[in-house]
Write a protein that binds this ligand. Structure first.
Ligand SMILES: [Cu+2]
Length: 361
């Protein structure tokens, strides 16, 4: 059944752990709408014949005959429609949540889109252009951003499609169910060579993947180009957290933030990743990639409770690889104890009194 419908609808093979389910919803929607259209055509045809005008007789009130059955029928139809809607909604929501929630053990890959290519880098420092190597049967999480315009990352065989935006991180995840080469397309019109913005995900057997890793990034197709094109992404560079620490020092972040949990002008980065951050406006946020990026680009938009609004905006001043590296740095110290996260009481602002906004105990 699955196979028949898949071929009828010209869908590519299902090669990710969620692909089959997503197609299931697709089939369900198509079958219900086709069935609905057929039913309405049949009923319409029947009524056309049954109630065709025969003799000119308007003496019998039309509504009187039909009133009751029509009411019943309409109520039943309404409930039927409500049921179909709830079913769509139920399946759709579950799938949406599954699609949005990568498993905890997922392998992270940073994706940078730019006119007109895809670049991939892993926390181990592998760098690839257009071709992404991943192990099969292992979840992979993509943390994506763009250097220029909006692009969209689409792998038909995995049934994932996600917009990739400049100055923001979006995520997607997949688990390839079998080794193979799967095309990547850009599905957001992004300029003259949009149609050539293609790539491939190569899923390898786990053993082959280990061998590929051990072989060094230099054997990766596109590597020479990557190195030449973008020295920052070149695999010759040290691991991401080290690069992150350098970038943080270079941009002056470490004058206000600490890596070991000690209080300072800004909240410590120790244990920050995925921590719950209390906000000035009373709410809270999980410190994920999106929150961290937003904090860097627009620090005043969301304020950590108790801290002064002194962090400058770095919008347009830090390259996506630097941001990715700093996020990796913050991730690498997520297990460092952070204690109470309060501003440094160094006596700068009148006996350590916090700036307007107040400090929580
Ligand atoms: Cu594009």
């Amino acid at each position: 059944m699955n196979e028949l419908l898949r071929q009828l609808l010209f869908l590519p093979e299902q090669r990710s752990s969620l692909a089959r389910e997503i197609d299931g919803l697709h089939y369900f929607v198509i079958l219900v709408t086709m069935g609905g259209a057929a039913l309405i055509t049949l009923i319409g045809g029947y009524f056309l014949i049954r109630y065709r005008r025969r003799v000119q007789d308007t003496s019998r009130p039309y509504a009187g005959v039909l009133a009751r059955p029509a009411l019943l029928l309409e109520t039943a139809g309404l409930f039927g429609l409500g049921f179909v809607f709830l079913t769509f909604w139920n399946i759709g929501t579950r799938q949406f949540v599954d699609l949005r929630t990568p498993p905890d053990d997922a392998l992270d890959v940073y994706v940078t889109a730019k006119q007109w290519m895809w670049k991939f880098s892993t926390p181990e420092g592998e760098s690839m252009i257009s071709v992404l190597y991943v192990p099969a049967r292992r979840p992979v999480r993509l943390v994506m951003t763009s250097r220029d315009v909006i692009h969209s990352f689409f792998v038909p065989a995995f049934r994932i499609k996600q917009d990739v935006l400049p100055g923001r991180y979006t995520t997607a995840w997949f688990e390839a169910t079998a080794p193979g080469a799967y095309p990547i397309l850009c599905t957001e019109y992004c300029g003259t060579s949009h149609s050539e913005m293609r790539g491939q995900v190569i899923a390898l057997e786990p053993d082959d993947y280990e061998r590929w890793l051990a072989g060094g990034a230099a054997s990766t197709p596109g590597f020479a180009q990557a190195a030449a094109d973008d020295a920052e992404l070149a695999a010759a560079e040290p691991a991401m957290p080290v690069r992150g620490e350098r970038a943080a020092a270079r941009h002056g972040c470490l004058r206000c933030h600490t890596l070991d949990g000690t209080p300072h002008v800004g909240p410590t980065w120790a244990g920050l990743y995925r921590a719950v951050v209390p906000l000035e406006d009373g709410g809270e946020r999980i410190a994920d990639e999106a929150y961290i990026t937003e904090s860097i680009m627009d620090p005043l938009a969301v304020m950590h409770r108790g801290f002064s609004p002194v962090m400058p905006s770095y919008l347009g001043q830090i390259t996506p690889p630097d941001i990715a590296a700093m996020i990796e740095l913050i991730k690498s110290i997520r297990d460092v104890p952070r204690g109470a996260v309060v501003p440094w009481d160094g006596g700068v602002s009148g006996g350590g009194a916090p700036a307007p906004g107040g400090m929580t105990r």
